[in-house]
Design a protein around this ligand. Sequence first.
Ligand code: F6R
Length: 608
Amino acid sequence: MCGIVGYIGKEEAAPILLDGLSKLEYRGYDSAGMAVLNDDEIFMTKSKGKLEVLNQLTHGGETLKGHLGIGHTRWATHGEPSDLNSHPHLNANGTIAVVHNGIIENYAKLKEKLIKKGYEFKSETDTEVIAQMLDYYYNGDPLCTIATVMQRIEGSYALGVIFKDTPDVLYAVRKDSPLIVGHTDGGSIIASDVPAVLKYTRDVIFIENEEIVTLKDNEIKIFNIDREELDKPVKHIDWDADAAEKGGYEFFMLKEINEQPKAIKDTFSPRIKDGKIVIEELLMSEEEIRNIKRICFVACGSAYHTAVTSKYIFEGLARIPVDVEVASEFRYRDPIIEENTLVIVVSQSGETADTLAALRLSKEKGAKTLGIVNVVGSSIAREADMVMYTWAGPEISVATTKAYSAQLIAEYLLAMHFANVKGNLSDECLEEMIEDLKALPEQVELLVNNRKRVQRFANRYLAAKDVFFIGRNVDYAISMEGSLKLKEISYIHSEAYAAGELKHGTISLIEEGTLVVAVATQEEVYGKTKSNIVEVKTRGAVVMSVAVEGNSDIEDVSDYVIYIPETNKYFMNSLAVIPLQLFGYYISLGKGYDVDKPRNLAKSVTVE
Ligand code: F6R
């Protein structure tokens, strides 16, 4: 996710910007840049690549002299990582410079209007639109101009802005992207997150939505969008620097679990327009969609589990036959790819060697390919015929959580869109599903906030040796993910089973005290799953069930129940997975492991 830093004061700005940006590296980025005002002119250096490149280009900030500056690390969203797309962005005559964290959703429309008015664009970014809009509406009063532009842009943004005309003021703004400000010794600073400012101040103000800040070396003023001045509390930060990078969380995994409502929302909201699903990246006509004969999902690990969920959804909703295969198997057999087969590869990193090889093989065999990818500009994103990004932001913890949740959302959107285009899902039903989709972020947040309940149960089972996860239908797919989450970070042996399959062998492993996690969210098979729970309970198992609110009869057959709110049956995975992620997390935490870096595992598996 992009990071921004800005400084005005008695010190040279550039070294402070570089230092602050280095503290935001954990957010992930692919390019970096700075703009500094000096002698009535804005000077800028920006480049694709690591911060070290910017450091070298500017000799540690030496070549950019000046006391007012803005800096940025970019995590590409609109436009590939490149020097041109890096921030800052300037207006045509270089008198306004902007850095931006977030996504401007209506940028295409705004850009079109500006082009009609004669504006030219150098980059593919949504951010350049802001620089040009500021230019267009500029009336000599930057504060007023910023407020005007804010009323016209939609989406999320934290901005740092410099106007050549006001060399003693740094401007900043926030809507749905984080921004903090504070006084340093002899200056003022802005940043996306606390670690960037800790060296300079521990007293910060958290800027809220639609607030505008003007910073001078000895004065910070905060205004609402109507330009009325606000009185805001100063918060003292006492985290150590390491904890600060994790936003106060002990591990990135918990931070990322908490970020799931945002990852879900950011993935669906740009693709829902006027009650319809619009997937601009899907370069397929309605006729081509109707002609799809088969979809073949290929992925590894958790990404594969999202695809298992999708098989139920695509077949149930869109009535398109779906195969799901792990990439390491797919690539070494001779898969049959018939005409009108769509191959969908799913990958957080976009670099997983087996998934990439499967993609290449599919293309060789003539399939149309779609990548569902989180890391912008990664190999799979570049090589697939079409790429649909999941906007989960950088994921640091090895065990995936928010990228998994975002992948599910991308797959739901595709299935709903295909079903609607094929006439299997009416516009009314689609609208109802969209409403359910929109409710997911809040529902996920509720479940995350309820984490202490999962922790209490997890703490009782730190010594478990074997754990079985069971479920039917979509619940089986959730069980697979729950089982993987547990084993990979807690080193407890666990397996997932289709609940009906237990009696074909595995039930012989159940003995007094064996822990079984039963997922029972699917109404059609609820009674069947309950019977399977009874089967394991009579053999001595301890059962934790995950069920939908209202189905309290599950308590008769379970030792512990976690309830999830009601949603569309196909979206249950997005809710049921939360307690399972938390269960794995708290077991690992309770056992004292390094949750974020489990033994033998790497975040990006670029080798076979
Ligand atoms: C498990 C996990 C892995 C990945 C798998 C695929 O928590 O993170 O199973 O899902 O290695 O990685 P990507 O999605 O990067 O292709």
